[in-house]
Design a protein around this ligand. Structure first.
Ligand SMILES: Cc1ncc(COP(=O)(O)O)c(C=O)c1O
Length: 474
């Protein structure tokens, strides 16, 4: 056989070997799922998502307008959750789109440290105009998680600069959600968010009990009557750790991510009373409840209970550009303003704090809240939402329905041995029926647009009923 023929055979053999190896390789296990137009789904590790299930049956959003998403394969989806509690003014609001487009062409970015830009100052002033009396200063962040960790650091720093550096304990609440950074995760109380990282939790954290009790409060509308005494647990925790060691208590006025847990009547008032008596700062995490989600610019105004620090994000820009803000009083701010005036007073900040494009989105969003009288629209819609939501009381497997402002939840009984399966099935089936519904385990949560309409609420809950009817019992 000629040398040429031998080389040729060798070449074919090695080609076959490589081909066989490739065909049998472990890469097969991560075959690249593609959807129309060859979109490679594999490289993207989706957050808070069942990645394998998703990649087997992807739901890809391509565009959005008003109350609707459009998927990559052309399906129109009614969004019952305003993005992720974030986009209450509707998707692609033309005024926000224009503000962002104009800003990015004018000043795309300005260094955030030791210089400033106009938009950040203007937005800080506007947020303060929006906020309850007594809140005079704003620290900008890029997310709810960053707002929470910033607030915890402000609380620790505040005690320290006033000579009470022993106050380092932080009190959160079971089932609370304060984002995913180490501070927020540690004061948070959703078990699934904690267990993988259990050994790395911050020390010096304790938790209040949560406020959900189906035995006493199932199917409550608005604030439940039972449960004020749960706030007294704070007295027990204070006695255990000693007030002199406790910096702050952090709670969501209404817990959102754990499935809309509404504070019982008198509960937040009692927390306020106890914190004040013991010199403990009270932080309200209003990442969801600020910017009219519960009918007032800030949730604390709706409850008539004033915290010392407020964290926000989401609605500040209508979710269009990531941004968060932490609000504090003049007293807290001034306590940090000591030492030589050339020295940095608070060693904290983000490259994108007060980002010009986010600030432009925020300025436009805050104008819209005022000019389109969003507060009045939410007040009108709230009872319609409550009636529509509670109309599902008799649907199969529904064990609780709860609501406050434009936040609502329907809790399904878990399927025996498969907690979370019913919730997931409902989410997927609703999507197939053209409705975006958020679920956490077996609880379906609703956060309608602040400008939604009664007929779209009816359509939403008609679809949810149809879907719940089809979810198998066993
Ligand atoms: C009350 C609360 N705090 C913090 C966060 C975390 O916000 P982000 O996801 O922007 O970090 C959330 C998110 O939903 C939230 O609801």
């Amino acid at each position: 056989m000629s040398i040429r023929a031998r080389v040729c055979i060798l070449w074919v053999k090695s080609y076959l070997f490589i081909a066989c190896f490739w065909l049998n390789s472990p890469m097969d296990d991560i075959a690249k799922p593609v959807v129309g137009n060859e979109l490679n789904l594999e490289p993207y590790w989706l957050p808070y998502t069942a990645n394998r299930a998703f990649k087997n049956a992807p739901r890809i959003i391509e565009s959005a307008q008003g109350f609707y998403y459009k998927t990559r394969d052309g399906q129109t989806i009614l969004d019952s959750f305003s993005g992720l509690w974030s986009t209450g003014l509707g998707h692609c609001h033309p005024r926000i789109v224009k503000a962002v487009q104009d800003q990015v062409a004018k000043l795309d970015y300005a260094a955030a440290f030791q210089v400033g830009h106009t938009g950040a100052f203007e937005l800080a002033e506007k947020v303060i105009d929006f906020a309850p009396d007594g809140f005079d200063h704003v620290f900008f962040t890029n997310s709810g998680s960053e707002s929470v960790d910033t607030a915890l650091k402000i609380a620790l720093g505040w005690h320290r600069v006033r000579g009470e550096g022993t106050r380092i304990k932080l009190i959160g609440r079971e089932r609370g959600y304060h984002g995913v950074n180490f501070g927020g995760m540690s004061v948070g109380g959703i078990p699934g968010n904690r267990k993988m990282f259990g050994n790395a939790m911050l020390p010096n954290v304790d938790h209040l009990p949560h406020v959900l009790n189906l035995e006493h409060n199932a199917f409550s509308k608005g604030q439940p009557a039972w449960g004020r005494h749960l706030a007294d647990e704070l007295e027990r925790i204070v006695a255990l750790h000693d007030a002199q060691n406790i910096a702050a208590v952090i709670v969501e006025p209404v817990s959102g991510s754990a499935g809309v847990l509404v504070p019982p009547l008198g509960y937040l008032e009692r927390l306020r009373e106890i914190c004040t008596r013991h010199g403990i700062l009270l932080i309200f995490d209003e990442v969801i409840t600020a910017f009219h989600r519960i009918g007032m610019p800030f949730g604390c105004q709706r409850f008539g209970v004033m915290p010392d620090i407020i964290t926000t994000a989401k609605g500040i820009t209508n979710g269009v550009i990531p941004m968060g803000a932490v609000l504090v009083s003049r007293e807290i701010y001034q306590s940090f303003m000591n030492g030589p005036d050339y020295a940095i007073e608070f060693f904290h900040g983000y490259t994108y704090s007060g980002h010009p494009v986010a600030a432009a989105a925020g300025l436009a969003a805050l104008d819209i809240y005022v000019e389109e009288d969003i507060g009045a629209r939410v007040k009108e819609l709230e009872p319609v939402f409550e009636t529509a939501l509670h109309s599902l009381r008799d649907a199969p497997n529904v064990i609780d329905i709860r609501n406050f402002g434009l936040m609502g939840a329907i809790e399904l009984a878990p399927r025996p041995g498969a907690p979370g399966a019913r919730g997931m099935e409902a989410h997927v089936k609703c999507f197939e029926q053209g409705l975006m519904v958020r679920h956490g385990m077996d609880t379906l949560a609703f956060s309608p647009f602040l400008t939604f309409t009664p007929d779209l609420l009816e359509q939403t809950f008609d679809t949810v009923r149809k879907v719940i009817n089809t979810i198998r019992n066993s």
